[in-house]
Design a protein around this ligand. Structure first.
Ligand code: NDP
Length: 322
């Protein structure tokens, strides 16, 4: 994003030696970069907030000091070798956001464009590649009112037509959001034991696949929710890191498999990214997949967005507006 008064770019940063809570984030001005031969320079009009931004801020995922992984805007400059994109194009149109969304408000298209890629591609690879969800599957999704969780529920239930989606949420208000996404059963895991409930809903059979992005608080019971030969997918640490796991626990559970995947490996080549994005955007364009914007916050209040997502006070996607 650019600061118009100084014609510099605006960055949200953290000092390598002074990491910590949201208050450690700083708004920093820097020179506008010149794109290399293969790069495109985009003036960002909306940024997506993701839980990974918290890990980058705290240093759980080390080495990053510029915070934020997602944005949408207008192309300002292209490198010499770039043929596919032109100056002045905007990323929301390149991403085929449904026309009704684009028409409702000029800036709204950017908000949706910034909201989709990271959580959308994650939900896509989790239920199409890490485990190929199909009509016979019963699926458990944690944090079903969150950004990634809400998309996972919709894709599994409405698009891949799985038999049953069970989800967990941290409040009764969030339960309503998860039901809107299409969950068959919603468990408020602050009030109820989710393992006992899953056992009840599945008549003791468990789930073919468990998607756990919560981590420390849930991993142990998540493993118990998997049916024999099923798969537990630990894809995040919103409550903290998972401790080492004894492989014999996988045998005890019925020869289940455990995966700890990362989006980067599933979009590692342009072909892989394009194929995945194509299917994702087809679902969005045909309005089979709905994007829920939980809040849009001014970019200079990025610390507020971090505070909200860490305090479990958000549903859907949080977006920052420069
Ligand atoms: P969300 O919108 O889902 O927000 C996180 C949610 O986690 C909260 O709303 C909350 O829901 C739940 N939660 C449970 N316990 C805690 C806790 N102690 N502190 C904070 N939140 C808690 O975020 P995202 O959709 O951006 O990310 C979801 C997960 O997916 C994260 O762990 C993220 O790292 C992971 N991820 C992994 C990727 C990968 O490739 N491996 C890629 C993208 C995301 P509730 O109150 O309902 O419990």
């Amino acid at each position: 994003a650019t600061d118009e008064s100084s014609n510099k770019r605006v960055l949200i940063t953290v000092d390598e030696k002074d990491r910590g809570g949201p208050e450690k984030l700083k708004v920093t001005l820097g020179e506008i970069p010149v794109p290399s031969n293969s790069q495109v320079l985009i003036q960002v009009k909306a940024c997506g907030v993701n839980f990974i931004d918290v890990y980058h801020r705290t240093g759980l995922y080390p080495g990053i000091t510029e915070i934020g992984k997602e944005g949408a805007g207008v192309i300002l400059a292209v490198g010499k070798q770039v043929e596919q994109f032109k100056v002045g194009q905007n990323t929301k149109e390149l991403m085929v956001i449904p026309e009704p969304l684009l028409k409702t408000h000029k800036e709204k298209g950017y908000i949706y464009a910034a909201a989709i890629p990271l959580q959308g591609l994650t939900a896509h690879y989790l239920c199409r590649s890490v485990y190929d969800v199909g009509p016979n599957d019963t699926v458990l999704v944690h944090a079903g009112a969150g950004g990634t969780g809400g998309l996972l529920i919709q894709i599994c239930k409405k698009i891949l037509k799985c038999k049953c989606v069970i989800t967990t949420v941290g409040s009764d208000d969030k339960a309503k959001v998860a039901l809107q996404s299409g969950a068959d059963y919603v468990i408020n895991y602050e009030k109820e034991d989710f393992y006992e409930k899953v056992n009840l809903f599945t008549k003791g059979k468990g789930c073919n696949v468990v998607y756990d992005g919560v981590g420390k608080a849930t991993w142990e019971k998540s493993l118990k929710c998997v049916s024999p030969l099923g798969r537990v997918v630990y894809f995040g640490n919103s409550s903290g890191k998972i401790p080492p796991i004894d492989p014999l626990e996988l045998t005890k559970q019925g020869s289940v498999t455990l995966v700890r995947p990362n989006l980067a490996h599933f979009i590692a080549t342009p072909e892989a990214l394009q194929a995945r994005a194509k299917e994702l955007f087809e679902w969005i364009e045909s309005q089979q997949l709905q994007i829920r914007i939980g809040a849009a916050i001014p970019l200079k209040n990025a610390a507020k967005a971090h505070q909200l997502i860490e305090s479990r006070d958000t549903t859907g996607k949080i977006v920052l507006i420069p």
